[in-house]
Design a protein around this ligand. Structure first.
Ligand code: ATP
Ligand code: MG
Length: 180
């Protein structure tokens, strides 16, 4: 599985519709301070199901919608799509290419899609659970997170390793079964 493309419109500083192509291997995004490099990883985490505005460096979810600039009006919605290559079937879905889309309006209304089909947030989170990619996955380490991992409590550190190792899914299933 690898990330092929990120399309977004209205997400944070990206007022225009933009498309970022990735190829297998290493991609580096460079630019001056405040030019939107971290906003790209915020967009990836958001489409993968991040629900905490704070961890997206805002105070409320509306903060992720383009707020306007000297030359452009604010937008009413933000949309992010992630296209993943799934030829190795790393994601448990019968498609060689998977497109995940999330949209949010200022009213607070949200929409989620997997391959253009409306779905729930839970479906997206379940799809990525234990794939190594997910909002909390070890695959996304934001500025400051390295320190957090090093200094977090043993239980928290263990949770990070468990997600990385792919046992989280079984733990959650066990918990569900015990509740029945
Ligand atoms: P650094 O090198 O300092 O880490 P960076 O390239 O990672 O910088 P980001 O943090 O991605 O920069 O981008 C910050 C910019 O995004 C700021 O200029 C901020 O004003 C802008 N921004 C954030 N949210 C919005 C929004 N809702 N509407 C418009 N602009 C926004
Ligand atoms: Mg940054």
């Amino acid at each position: 599985m690898f990330l092929k493309r990120l399309d977004t419109v209205g997400f944070k500083s990206f007022a225009e519709r933009i498309s970022v192509e990735f190829v297998p291997g290493v991609t580096a995004v460079v630019g001056p301070n405040g030019s939107g490099k971290s906003n790209i990883t915020d967009a990836i985490r958001w489409v993968l199901g991040e629900q905490s505005a704070k961890s997206l460096r805002g105070s409320k979810m509306e903060d992720i919608i383009f707020a306007g600039s000297d030359t452009r009006k604010a937008l009413n919605f933000a949309e992010v799509s992630l296209v993943l290559d799934n030829e190795d079937s790393a994601l448990p879905i019968d498609y060689q290419e998977v497109n995940i889309t999330r949209r949010v309006y200022r009213s607070g209304e949200s929409e989620f899609f997997i391959n253009q089909q409306t779905c729930r947030l839970k479906d997206i989170i379940d799809l990525f659970m234990d794939s190594g990619l997910g909002k909390e996955a070890f695959s996304i380490i934001s500025q400051g997170r390295v320190e957090e991992i090093l200094s977090s409590k043993p239980e928290e550190r263990r949770a990070i390793f468990e997600e990385a190792a792919g046992v989280l899914k079984y733990k959650q299933r066990k918990k569900k079964a015990e509740m029945k």
